[in-house]
Design a binder for this molecule. Structure first.
Ligand code: ATP
Length: 256
């Protein structure tokens, strides 16, 4: 169970009226979204909706044309470096000859800085993160030898090594079998029940409706945002995904 957001508390993430252009074309406009401590929010939309771009904008990895991003009320760039980020698995260079532990330690760079050596607390954070994703036994394994599910857990551990209050996850379930998806879902629910805020993109609508405390439907802008059981208007799903009226997918989602 996730902790309910405290009324009136500063959200862990607040995005207000965000606009992003890429390659001279508008990709996101008027995007506003809050994620509170203790929430697991699913960011869902079709291919090209701008989900990854939104995560990258929160991390200040892309330039925004308008709007504001606040991390725990803080608009500084430094606050953005304290956000945990789990990129899509294919974005990581798995051929690099580095151990599981070595990859997770790189998650501390935002806290250590590039020039300082890791200290006792850095190694403690790595150990805690590996324990959390149950990868301690494989900590000396070269990452190229891992399965897809194990790689995903390494990327989550790398983000957790920063001990972030806000965690952004980009399609963590893609290409994973059902037991591994369930293991990760349990882990994400556990992290949210510890009071962390999680924002996760996914194409698994059924899984997201089941696991997430809130869903944000996005297609270049936010179409709808609320607890899954309240998103029963087929129109918002049709507007987001372009489903045709009467699509069996709507029935599958329980909103037709
Ligand atoms: N570097 C870039 N330059 C120009 N356009 C880009 C760039 N990166 C992304 N885009 C465009 O921005 C739009 C949103 O892309 P984005 O990757 O954010 O979508 P997404 O919702 O994450 O999609 P998917 O579900 O397929 O991963 C797409 O039309 C994409 O072509």
């Amino acid at each position: 169970m996730s902790t309910r957001p405290r009324p009136g508390a500063t959200p862990a993430l607040r995005v207000q009226d965000l606009a992003v252009d890429l390659g001279g074309r508008p990709v996101l406009h008027n995007v506003s979204l809050d994620v509170d401590a203790g929430e697991l929010v699913g960011l869902v939309g079709p291919n090209g909706a701008g989900k990854t771009t939104l995560l990258r904008a929160v991390l200040a990895l892309v330039r925004t044309r308008a709007g504001a991003v606040r991390i725990d009320g803080d608009t500084s760039r430094r606050a953005r470096t304290q956000v945990g980020y789990v990129p899509q698995r294919h974005e990581f260079s798995w051929d690099f000859p580095i151990s599981v532990e070595g990859v997770v330690l790189t998650g501390r760079v935002g806290s250590i800085g590039w020039l300082r050596r890791p200290g006792v607390d850095d190694y403690r954070a790595v150990r805690e993160a590996l324990d959390k994703v149950r990868m301690t036994d494989l900590r000396h394994r070269t990452v190229g030898e891992l399965s897809g599910g194990q790689r995903q857990r390494v990327l989550v551990a790398r983000a957790l090594a920063l001990r972030p209050r806000l965690l952004l996850l980009d399609e963590p379930f893609t290409g994973l079998d059902i037991p591994t998806q369930e293991l990760l879902t349990d882990l994400f629910l556990d992290l949210s029940s510890e009071g962390r805020a999680l924002l996760m993109t996914t194409h698994d609508l059924t899984g997201a409706r089941h696991a997430c405390s809130r869903l944000c439907l996005i297609n270049r802008t936010v179409i709808a945002d609320g607890p899954p059981q309240e998103l029963t208007d087929p129109d918002v799903w049709i507007r987001t995904f372009g489903f045709r009226t009467g699509s069996p997918l709507l029935t599958q989602l329980g909103v037709s």
